[in-house]
Design a protein around this ligand. Structure first.
Ligand SMILES: C[S@@+](CC[C@H](N)C(=O)[O-])C[C@H]1O[C@@H](n2cnc3c(N)ncnc32)[C@H](O)[C@@H]1O
Length: 233
């Protein structure tokens, strides 16, 4: 199903290298359309929600949500990305070590209630960061190595509060033509990863073929958004 991508493995150092060389084509300067489109469904009437951003980069969505009064926790391996996030958004930040994570640090802006952990996502857990009322997963499940998906899904489920609403953005394309990242995530796999403990609902599917993907040899590229909620919530 995943073709050649099943064996693709990117080291954390490769991501840090992308940041050092400013090869961050994944970064968007504006709030993500899918988050804007589906924010009401994610909030589901709640006024203040604790959001988790796995693999957060310097996504401007974090500032947007914080300006709306929500709190934000992100995890990112690149210290440069985290520093750029605060600096580019004119926010002061403090920095402290996280003793339970070897080499881990947390960067915080208390006024806006944003905390960004510099560590490997797989070293983060609910005992470090607590539980969350929402997860915005853009450029995260699609960026981790395909062999780590079960471990990743178990981590996400362990971070969800009972009323958590998890918005997941993924892509469908021919993985034999382009090797990723972003990696291809078939819809059936979303159900097999989360379906035993969560309800999985497709919210939107759009044709996202652009010149960038055509230049990679692709003739179709679909962006899908799913809402994942704990069963019985
Ligand atoms: C495709 S980018 C997406 C960033 C962000 N979500 C956005 O929408 O702009 C993936 C990010 O995850 C970081 N990353 C990759 N693997 C990681 C890991 N195992 N733990 C923490 N960060 C990781 C990379 O440095 C990169 O900034």
């Amino acid at each position: 199903m995943l073709g050649q991508q099943l064996d693709r493995a990117m080291a954390l150092e490769e991501w840090e290298e992308y940041w050092h060389k400013d090869k961050i084509g994944f970064h968007q300067p504006t709030v993500h359309k899918m988050l804007e489109n589906h924010l009401d469904k994610v909030l589901s009437g709640r006024a203040v929600v604790r959001f988790f951003f796995p693999l957060c980069g310097k996504a401007v969505d974090m500032k947007w949500l914080a300006d709306l009064g929500h709190s934000v926790v992100g995890v990112e391996i690149s210290e440069k990305a985290i520093q750029q996030f605060f600096e580019e958004n004119n926010m002061m930040y403090s920095e402290e070590l996280v003793p339970v994570i070897p080499g881990g640090k947390v960067f915080k802006n208390s006024e806006k209630n944003i905390s960004l952990y510099r560590c490997d996502l797989f070293d983060f857990s609910s005992s470090v960061g607590g539980h969350f009322g929402a997860i915005w997963d853009r450029g995260s499940l699609v960026a981790i190595n395909p062999k780590d998906r079960e471990k990743y899904a178990a981590l996400m489920v362990s971070l969800m509060d009972r009323d958590c609403r998890y918005l997941l953005d993924t892509f469908l394309y021919n993985p034999d033509v382009y090797s990723g990242p972003p990696f291809f995530v078939p819809d059936e796999q979303i159900h097999s990863l989360f379906g035993s403990s969560c309800n999985v609902e497709m919210l939107q599917s759009v044709d996202a073929l652009t010149e960038r993907w055509q230049a990679c040899g692709l003739d179709s590229f679909t962006e899908n958004v799913h809402l994942i909620t704990p069963k019985g919530s």
